[in-house]
Design a protein around this ligand. Structure first.
Ligand code: ADA
Ligand code: CA
Ligand code: CA
Length: 371
């Protein structure tokens, strides 16, 4: 757990204590929560924070101070786009101290999210759990509304989810500052998140910059919401960009498992994309279940002109306002399977060299790569 996740964990304990006091379900203590001593829980939370700060001083990392840039952060329902926050881009980390705490509607929103998070592992801590609690998957309807975030966290530098760990955002909006990119179609913006092999990201809202990068191996995304897709929303790394991302993560590319990445994306929504939602730069097996996309050029694109071998399964998903196709490949060895999936205002489900590469839909065409 890095310091930010540790501090978040402490804050979550305090939140649990407050929930206990107000009679909401408790995520840490299960059904017997009321028997726990409120003060003990709060003390644990504070100790967690104090220990993290001590460790931080020891390792020379600095916790970002709340940047205090006004009312935009005091209300989760109001959030400018990436690049509009007025931050000057301190080289730093996500400012996890910046959760909103304005009024009862935020507080009840947080409680709801915590209740959801407790349905599986029961853990409400960020970065400590090794299992995912993917809930039941259902097909979204066209017009599915973006959920309100439970808080806003300004992101000033890429958040790395370390190998085998779970980062639970508890429904907060991890909003990239201008240091990360301008949310445009420009390449070379910074990823908001990088997932190391075996990492899980869940209950996270984000937007802009270069989205979520997956280094390789197994990666799971559950209940992620991209409020306004930037250059792309998710990148499966490949030979060309993996080393760069590994360096940001502080790990050696040699420690990333070879072979295809295994990627699972469940219960996740993506809004306002102009080009790609998922940019696939390496061989991969991808399972998509319960996805909603409103606005994209392509939902899934294997890297232009590259002979990648990627297999994509799409289940229980709904796509609307997609300019080109849900799946596009130039490779003869990549495939897509569609199941219980709807599209509206989308010209064709798939673009691939051979129709036989696509199962579950007859809406298949081909558009050669032109560079
Ligand atoms: C484009 C580009 C690729 C890669 C990709 C990305 O498709 O051609 O080389 O950079 O974008 O990862 O965004
Ligand atoms: Ca791109
Ligand atoms: Ca990109």
């Amino acid at each position: 757990m890095n310091i930010y996740q540790t501090v978040q964990s402490g804050i979550n304990r305090l939140q649990d204590a407050l929930n206990l006091q107000t009679g909401h379900n408790n995520t840490q203590q299960g059904g017997n929560s009321k028997n726990n001593d409120l003060m003990q829980i709060m003390e644990k939370g504070l100790n967690t924070i104090i220990q993290a700060l001590r460790a931080d001083m020891g390792t020379g990392q600095n916790m970002s101070q709340p940047s205090g840039h006004g009312s935009s952060n005091s209300n989760a329902a109001s959030y400018p786009h990436a690049g509009n926050t007025g931050n000057t881009g301190n080289a730093g980390h996500a400012d996890h101290t910046h959760n909103t705490s304005s009024g009862s509607s935020d507080a009840s929103g947080k409680s709801t999210k915590h209740d959801n998070a407790s349905s599986g592992t029961g853990s409400s801590t960020s970065g400590s759990s090794t299992t995912s609690d993917t809930g039941p998957v259902s097909k979204p309807s066209v017009g599915k509304a973006m959920p309100n975030p439970t808080g806003v966290v300004d992101v000033k530098d890429t958040i790395v989810v370390k190998a085998g760990q779970t980062f639970d955002g508890h429904g907060q909006y991890y909003r990239p500052t201008s240091a990360m990119g301008d949310g445009s179609q420009g390449e070379h913006q910074k990823p908001v998140f990088i997932l190391e092999p075996g990492a899980t990201l869940k209950n996270v809202q984000y937007s802009g910059a270069d989205g979520i990068h997956l280094l390789g191996g197994t990666a799971k995304l559950d209940k992620v919401v991209n409020r306004k897709v930037g250059e792309d929303a998710i990148t499966i790394d490949g030979d060309k960009n993996r080393a760069h991302d590994a360096k940001i993560a502080g790990m050696s590319a040699n420690d990333i498992p070879g072979g295809p990445a295994n990627v699972t994306i469940t219960n996740s929504s993506f809004y306002g994309g102009k080009d790609k939602i998922i940019q696939d730069n390496g061989n991969a097996n991808v399972n998509i279940n319960g996805m909603y996309v409103d606005g994209a050029g392509k939902v899934f694109r294997t890297n232009g002109g590259q002979p990648l071998t990627t297999h994509v399964n799409i289940d229980n998903s709904t796509f609307t306002n997609v300019k080109e196709a849900i799946f596009r490949t130039d490779s003869k060895t990549s495939t897509a399977t569609f199941h219980n999936t709807d599209s509206t205002n989308t010209p064709v489900d798939a673009l691939a060299p051979n129709k036989s590469q696509v199962e579950g839909t007859n809406s298949v065409s081909y558009k050669p790569y032109t560079g």
